[in-house]
Design a binder for this molecule. Structure first.
Ligand SMILES: O=C[C@H](O)[C@H](O)[C@H](O)COP(=O)(O)O
Length: 236
């Protein structure tokens, strides 16, 4: 296993071991790090006979829950979650977070809003002092397809930078989200940002469904390091 995977696994296992207990309703995030968390949940369910309900944040998460034979729940029946465990593309020193590199931001944000305990698990490369330091693909913004051109123009006029339509790799045309929408990746100009304000400005544009900016949402970030240890960042 490479050092990145050692780090992802360490953060994921720690989150599951610390935050999950019997009878919990758990939100399951998306991405490559969450796979290790689901693996650990399944181990604990088998060994400790935990009764858990897992609410997915994406098609991928739903498949993982099924693959590991965990109990699948949904927000209709479980609108309040004990905790949500999810990955991140980048986290700054104030715990502002970019998510949605894999296109799953909207359902992730909805599920995260249904708990008081959003726990982020990430490898050491995601830890930065300011957003955009490492993750240079920009802030993902999910848009209703018919609005993508006006939304792009409005973002660029309002906030500068460049908002690019995310294109698919193994299909002609744009990436289609789990909700049937497009994604604009907003490459923001270097500046000091109030990310809460930026998020509000973006979400006010008609046609924007949600952004990948998670501000004041996570209570804790667990960063896995290459030696398998875990560093903790707690919200002040
Ligand atoms: O859309 C994808 C999600 O926001 C992921 O949680 C994020 O991209 C981090 O993924 P990974 O764990 O693969 O770095």
């Amino acid at each position: 296993m490479g050092s990145l995977d050692i780090a992802k696994k360490a953060a994921a296992f720690k989150a599951v071991d610390e935050y999950v207990k019997d009878n919990d309703i758990i939100g399951i995030g998306s991405g490559s790090t969450i796979i290790y968390a689901v693996e650990r949940l399944a181990e604990r369910v088998e060994k400790e006979h935990l009764r858990l309900v897992c609410v997915p944040t994406s098609f991928q998460a739903k498949q993982l829950i099924r693959q590991y034979k965990l109990t699948l729940g949904e927000l209709d029946t479980h609108p309040e979650l004990n905790c949500v465990i999810d990955g991140a593309d980048e986290v700054d020193s104030n715990m502002n977070i970019i998510k949605g590199g894999g296109g799953c931001l909207t359902q992730e944000k909805i599920v995260a809003s249904c708990t008081e305990r959003l726990i982020i698990i990430a490898d050491y490369t995601k830890k930065v002092s300011y957003l955009g330091e490492q993750y240079t693909k920009g802030v993902p913004v999910e848009v209703i397809p018919l609005a993508w051109v006006p939304v792009r123009k409005k973002i660029e006029k309002l906030l500068g930078g460049q908002a690019d339509l995310r294109m698919a790799k193994m299909k002609a045309g744009p990436v289609i989200t789990d909700n049937g929408n497009f994604i604009l990746d907003w490459k923001f100009p270097p500046s000091e940002y109030n990310w809460q304000e930026v998020n509000e400005k973006l979400t006010m544009i008609p046609g924007v469904v949600e952004t990948g900016l998670f501000v004041n949402m996570a209570i804790q970030v667990l960063y896995g390091l290459s030696d398998g240890s875990v560093q903790r960042h707690i919200q002040d």
